[in-house]
Design a protein around this ligand. Structure first.
Ligand code: COA
Length: 323
């Protein structure tokens, strides 16, 4: 059967890491103790001069291509998830295509689903590969959320960071019990826009705007929606939570990760956690965490890995893959 198989991963972070204590020293009315206790975050990376969503995405993609042993010229599909593109247009994916030296003429576009962006991008790329629109894809999540933050709002500015993660996805004819994306589900509900949004945009204020969030309400929706979509994907694939080797969740808050794992009866040691080092990097968080756990050898070939995320919109989704 034709499946989309993950054959490589990569990630990139801005050079500068900023600790909780540094944020407090720089004038944010907060403390390391509050941030660590409420969120599990200890530091985040913040993009500096010369670093952008496109540069981070390109670095992550280059490393993913190396690990897959695929030359950039073989890539005929790039789906890039971001809510912080370098420019309103063109899509950041087209810049990455050019910067990497991919063959011109392939498909390249961005998807905007905020923190669920990587799940939306992965599911879209999977569908395009399985229907013959491409053969080798890069699926990228890349963000520079630091440029959307209101540094006067301590309820949001401490939570986010910048970074990028990428996977190489290849269409392959595999056996039923072979590797590939086995199931995925995506959802959206636009009724909750006011709980998590950016108060600007080209067609409204004409400015980029700043991120606004009602954190406790987002938290409640996240736990319910994530548990539900995880159950759907498990049922679609005909497996149970105990069969999973790893869960690579969106890294928003350690308490959301714990609550979701508890709701599903997942062993906490099977959940990959990087929120302490990266904070919430929106669309980049799932592929970043995935790359960390691939490179440190935790995730092995043949294992069952669940990805999940929830974000502004609201949007949410999950996908199950065998490596
Ligand atoms: N440092 C110190 N105090 C802070 C603070 C900070 N960075 N941010 C908020 N506070 C204060 C608040 O002002 C409030 O003070 P008050 O009681 O005097 O009014 C108090 O801490 C509690 O605030 P609250 O917002 O109720 O805290 P919380 O326990 O719900 O934690 C979040 C806040 C944002 C960490 C939490 O709600 C959360 O993680 N939500 C999910 C957000 C998320 O992950 N969104 C992205 C999804 S993609």
């Amino acid at each position: 059967m034709l499946r989309s198989v993950i054959t490589g991963t990569g990630s990139a972070l801005p050079a500068r890491a900023v600790s909780n204590a540094e944020l407090a020293e720089q004038g944010v009315d907060t403390s390391d103790e509050w941030i660590t206790e409420r969120t599990g975050i200890r530091q985040r990376h913040i993009a500096g001069e010369g670093e952008s969503t496109a540069t981070l995405a390109t670095d992550a993609a280059r490393k993913a291509l190396e690990s897959a042993n695929v030359p950039a010229s073989d890539i005929d599909l790039i789906v890039l998830a971001t809510a912080t593109p370098d420019h309103t247009f063109p899509a950041t994916a087209t810049q990455v295509q050019h910067l990497l030296g991919c063959k011109p003429g392939g498909i390249a576009f961005d998807v905007a689903a905020v923190c669920s962006g990587f799940l939306y991008a992965l599911t879209t790329a999977d569908a395009l590969l399985r229907t013959g629109s491409g053969s080798k894809a890069l699926v990228i999540g890349a963000e520079t959320f630091s440029r959307l933050l209101d540094w006067e709002d301590r309820g949001t500015c401490v939570l986010f960071g910048d970074g990028a993660g990428a996977v190489v996805l290849e269409a392959r004819d595999v056996a039923e019990d072979g590797p590939g994306i086995l199931a995925s589900r995506l959802h959206a509900d636009g009724a909750h826009k006011e709980l998590l949004y950016v108060d600007g945009g080209p067609a409204t204020t004409g400015t980029v705007g700043k991120l606004r969030m009602k954190g406790p309400e987002v938290f409640r929706h996240a736990v319910v929606n994530l548990a539900e979509v995880l159950r759907e994907v498990l049922a679609d694939a005909g497996v149970v939570a105990e069969d999973l080797d790893w869960v690579v969740p969106h890294q928003a808050n350690a308490r959301i990760l714990d609550a979701t794992a508890r709701k599903l009866g997942l062993a906490p040691e099977k959940v990959v956690v990087t929120v302490d080092r990266h904070a919430n990097t929106s669309a980049a968080s799932v592929p970043l965490a995935f790359d960390v756990a691939m490179r440190d050898g935790r995730i092995q070939a043949g294992q069952l890995v669940m990805f999940e995320a929830m974000g502004g919109g609201f949007t949410w989704g999950a996908a199950l893959a065998r490596l």
